[in-house]
Design a protein around this ligand. Structure first.
Ligand SMILES: Nc1ncnc2c1ncn2[C@@H]1O[C@H](COP(=O)(O)OP(=O)(O)OP(=O)(O)O)[C@@H](O)[C@H]1O
Ligand SMILES: [Mg+2]
Length: 496
């Protein structure tokens, strides 16, 4: 029988968890017995290596012209950026595929053959980034059963853990290495109903490492009267790997010493936290927006639960207290909750016939309802009465925060006499304002509806978007009078 697993593909660390034969989520260790695999890839003596060895190579590569490694590429998923490794150039999809193949290999060694997997992605990952994740999995020879948003996976694990109130509304505050997500959800036993999700795609521990590196640079320069470039810092003992270790110590200690280039540089927690205060302010604003989006006041929440390693930073925990007026609950391992939740979701969505009796009981108790994480619409024309001419708009059909599955219909009209086609575009964007320039929205699907000739302007075109539980959107464009129809399906998990 195949094992049911979930994979947390993280910016700095990745992890796998299994839905075990008793229907419990358990972490799967790698060959070294570790649960967290550094998300690094390297070419060492002609061999592709992943994890700790690759991280070592990545630290050694800092500041070097010729690189043999890559890390922190998740934030570039869905973009055209590539990473030089020796004579190769690898895309984030290729790098993620190396990671996924390695994770799948050690998982198979540990638990045997694996069923189609669940992979987690940040809640505010774009369609392109989700599609890129699916492509990476395919290239790694993995079949993907589902994708789940990271904070939703964490929420599911917390619901399963039984450590929350039997019913309540909680915020899931997820700050990892690369991204920040805030999700507000209603918990009822082991059911999770997401109300709203917001996030910042490029904000996480890697930014804090760089901020701490700047603090060390300034201190070193003051101490020695000698300027040092970031480039030379990287290969003269001030590399981001060592700086990350210092950052971790600063979460526990008020002051930490750093030794490099014959100097002892002391950094206090306050100095580090001051250096990241602009990021913390952005996080605070994002949380306030999420409360607005959910139409809730902080006092209406029953608590805040955490995911992601960067939530260990005291200033981040203070930020939670400032926004939500309560201390975050510390009831689970923040490094593991996403992978454990992904394993639970994999069990929940699995073909129940292949599960053991105990797994079936556990899976049946779970339920998850998520929301649309973006606005989905279509490009249309509106009439500017003052200028007496039409202007392009992005008309939203499914709003961010709408519970899925859902079906929404809007009507539009043709604009010219004898109009014989309508360009039907499916758009995705974060902004819902009507005057938001449609040039900046992403087009995730397109079709052309043919219309009969010889009719006056003003013919009704009815547009229906049906967003199903598997994140597939069925879009119907219909010319009401003639009954002419066009349909297009956009798999929001796989792209076009
Ligand atoms: N004690 C600590 N103090 C400060 N930061 C920490 C601590 N422990 C871990 N971190 C940071 O947490 C981050 C890793 O967390 P996590 O594994 O949850 O993120 P990720 O899954 O790699 O990233 P993402 O979810 O954003 O893609 C790293 O930036 C790491 O430096
Ligand atoms: Mg993570």
């Amino acid at each position: 029988m195949s094992s049911v697993v979930g994979i947390d593909l993280g910016t700095t660390y990745s992890a796998v968890a299994q839905f075990d034969e008793f229907g419990r989520p358990v972490m799967v260790p790698d060959q070294d017995g570790k649960y967290l695999l550094p998300s690094c890839v390297a070419l060492i003596h002609g061999e592709w290596r992943v994890g700790s060895d690759a991280r070592g190579q990545w630290a050694a590569d800092h500041g070097m012209e010729q690189k043999s490694s890559a890390a922190r590429f998740k934030r570039e998923m869905g973009t055209s950026r590539d990473y030089p490794i020796a004579e190769h150039r690898l895309t984030p999809v290729e790098l993620s595929s190396h990671l996924l193949r390695y994770l799948a290999d050690y998982t198979r060694k540990s638990v045997g053959p694996i069923a189609p997997v669940v992979i987690t992605v940040p809640a505010n990952f774009s369609n392109e980034a989700r599609q890129a994740t699916m492509n990476a999995a395919k290239d790694a020879g993995l079949e993907v059963a589902n994708i789940i948003n990271e904070p939703t996976a964490a929420a599911l694990y917390y619901a399963y853990s039984g450590k929350l109130n039997e019913a309540g509304t909680y915020a899931v505050f997820d700050l990892g290495g690369g991204t920040f997500d805030i999700t507000i959800a209603r918990f009822d036993g082991k059911s999770v109903n997401v109300i709203w999700s917001d996030g910042i795609a490029r904000l996480g521990g890697v930014d804090f490492d760089e901020a701490l590196q700047m603090v060390l640079k300034e201190k070193y320069e003051t101490l020695t009267g000698e300027e040092i470039s970031i480039q030379s810092m990287n290969h003269e003992g001030f590399d981001l790997g060592r700086i990350q270790d210092m950052k971790h110590s600063l979460s526990r200690r008020d002051k930490v010493s750093f030794f490099a280039r014959g100097q002892v540089i002391e950094v206090t927690r306050k100095e580090f936290e001051d250096s990241i205060s602009n990021f913390v302010t952005q996080i605070q604003l994002c949380c306030e927006n999420a409360l607005d989006g959910a139409e809730l006041e902080a006092v209406q929440l029953d608590g805040v639960i955490l995911a992601g390693g960067s939530t260990r930073i005291p200033a981040v925990q203070q930020c939670v207290e400032d926004v939500f007026g309560c201390e975050p609950l510390s009831i689970a391992n923040v490094d593991e909750v996403v992978a454990l939740g992904a394993a639970l979701y994999a069990g929940h969505r699995s073909d129940q016939d292949v599960l053991t009796k105990l797994q079936q009981v556990s899976a049946a108790e779970l339920s998850v309802q998520d929301v649309a994480n973006k606005n989905f619409g279509t490009k249309a024309l509106s009439w500017d009465a003052e200028l007496e001419k039409p202007f392009a708009i992005n008309s939203i059909i499914i709003r961010k925060g709408t519970r899925i599955p859902c079906s929404m219909t809007e009507s539009y009209t043709t604009v010219s006499d004898d109009q014989t086609t309508v360009d039907c575009s499916i758009t995705e964007c974060d902004h819902a304002e009507l005057d938001y320039d449609p040039k900046f929205v992403r087009i995730i699907g397109q079709t052309n509806l043919k219309l009969p000739p010889g009719r006056p302007a003003g013919q009704e075109i009815r547009v229906t978007y049906e967003y199903d539980i598997n994140q597939i959107m069925h879009c119907h464009f219909e010319d009401v009078e003639s009954g002419e129809k066009n349909e297009i399906t956009v798999d929001l998990m796989k792209g076009l």
